[in-house]
Design a protein around this ligand. Structure first.
Ligand code: 5AD
Ligand code: SF4
Length: 466
């Protein structure tokens, strides 16, 4: 039996898909990229913006047609949309399985049941904001799988926290991923040791607020710094990253100190600000002001001068006046991010912003602000990238460059480039810069030194140092 797995959304979802695919493989299922050969299609979904949900719904529409000629095809929806919409999704004739993020350990059973009897099954958390019982199913599932299935050779993601308790007013995560829980330190470290034993060189620690990791064992309370220093001692692990950080003072200086002193901890911080307007930040329930946020950036740069910082912003939040947006522009200019992810506000059912505030910024204004902010950030990114020109950087090679348009643009921009020197491999520096260069496929999963010969806002191009 063959399963096709499709993923929408964030790193958490990619990790869940990797866990599910390992579990299915271990149970004897094959995986396929094409729906034609698939007996089962599983879609891992995202609810963070309406657009992400719409893409899934149109995908289901496409599968509906396929099912008309192949009614035996099993279709499962897993992840955040499954948790959010539950029964409503199951009412869709196309859908056989609805399985929330907390139920993925059951996925093999659910798929087998669907294949056997074709009965529809719903498996989600009924009371998502109730603190989960000490049920180790998820943790065991997490630790047991995902070692063999690494999408990028030499790299692995390790969840250190689940859920979120922050309740930013626009955000659906606390309602679909549930109560914030830090995984036991020992379990995480054991998992990283096993990954290292399997050839993993880089681990990325994942959490919605990874810098808030807190686990008590007896008298002692462990935090992210403990994870970073213990992971640093594991032979074979060369680079350690962590995402995403929440702008808060708690542990902030300690984490920066760890970054400055532990050579394996990458000098990279993803620290979403969301807005530069204090009024909007308050309405978002973020708990800091623009100046407090900037103060964190100053501290980061004072302790770790080489640090690269990435940000997230939402434009067009309810009530965002032009002056609020200009405050965001001001923050972006001061922050000098390496790159920014910019999103148009999307009301999410059940969140406080959706319940209490009208989505009153017209779509075209959201779009205009999005473009304006991206343009400003692009110029900053271009300037920062240019500093790498003629320098040699160390990269961890991921594999063939997926974005073929980069190659195309490269040859368009540079008429002297022959097909021979077109970039082929992509990797990242410790500071998360994407580096594209020509080199043998065997370098995937290895470290390489690349001399940068050309730069753009988001990509450095170079030549392999032989
Ligand atoms: N609308 C738009 N963007 C959102 N994000 C989270 N919720 C929403 C929403 N309702 C963005 C935030 C967050 C990123 C993962 O997605 O910027 O950091
Ligand atoms: Fe959402 Fe805020 Fe939690 Fe991040 S910290 S997942 S934006 S509620």
């Amino acid at each position: 039996m063959k399963v096709q797995l499709q993923t929408y959304g964030c790193q958490m979802n990619k990790l869940d898909t990797a866990l599910v695919s390992s579990a299915l493989k271990a149970a004897g299922f094959g995986l396929t990229d094409g729906v034609k050969e698939a007996d089962v299609v599983l879609i891992n979904t995202c609810s963070v913006r309406e657009h992400a949900e719409q893409r899934v719904l149109s995908h289901l529409g496409h599968l509906k047609h396929i099912k008309e000629s192949r009614p035996e095809l099993v279709v499962g929806v897993i992840g955040c949309m499954a948790q959010r919409l539950g029964r409503q999704l199951l009412e869709d004739k196309t859908v056989d399985i609805v399985c929330g993020p907390g139920q993925i350990p059951q996925i093999v059973t659910l798929v087998r049941e669907a294949l056997d009897g074709k009965k529809k099954t719903l498996s989600i958390t009924e009371k998502i904001r109730q603190k989960p019982d000490k049920d180790n199913a998820l943790d065991n599932f997490e630790s047991a799988y995902g070692i063999e299935d690494k999408e990028i050779p030499g790299q692995a993601f390790v969840r250190v926290m689940r859920g979120c308790d922050k309740f930013c007013s626009y955000c659906v995560v606390p309602y679909v991923r549930g109560v914030e829980v830090s995984r036991p330190l020992k379990v995480i470290i054991e998992q990283i040791k096993r990954l290292a034993g399997n050839g993993v060189k880089q681990v990325t620690l994942l959490g919605q607020r990874v810098n808030a990791y807190k686990y008590s064992a007896g008298e002692k309370i462990f935090c992210l710094v403990d994870l970073l220093s213990m992971a640093s001692e594991i032979n074979g692990i060369e680079w350690i990253r962590f995402v995403t950080s929440f702008p808060s003072k708690e542990f902030f200086d300690e984490i920066l100190q760890a970054m400055a002193t532990l050579p394996k901890v990458c000098n990279y911080l993803h620290l979403p600000a969301q807005s530069g307007s204090d009024r909007i930040l308050q309405a978002m329930n973020r708990g800091y002001s623009c100046n407090e946020y900037l103060e964190l950036l100053n501290r980061a740069r004072a302790v770790v001068p080489a640090i690269a910082i990435a940000g997230d912003f939402i434009v067009g939040f309810p009530g965002e006046m032009e002056e609020d947006f200009q405050a965001t522009v001001g923050l972006v200019k001061k922050a000098r991010y390496k790159n920014c992810f910019i999103f148009k506000y999307s009301p999410r059912p059940g969140t406080n912003a959706d319940k209490k505030l009208e989505d009153d910024i017209p779509a075209e204004i959201k779009k205009k602000r999005n473009i304006e902010l991206l343009d400003i950030q692009n110029k900053i990114s271009e300037g920062l990238s240019r500093q790498f020109l003629n320098k040699t950087v160390e990269v961890l090679v991921e594999g063939p460059s997926k974005k073929s348009h980069l190659n195309r643009r490269d040859s368009e921009m540079d008429s002297t480039s022959s097909p021979h020197n077109k970039p082929q491999l992509a990797g990242r520096t410790a500071t998360d810069y994407i580096v594209v260069f020509n080199g043998p496929q065997t370098l995937a999963g290895q470290f390489a030194k690349v001399k940068i010969t050309k730069t753009s806002a988001l990509t450095l191009f170079g030549e392999l140092n032989q």
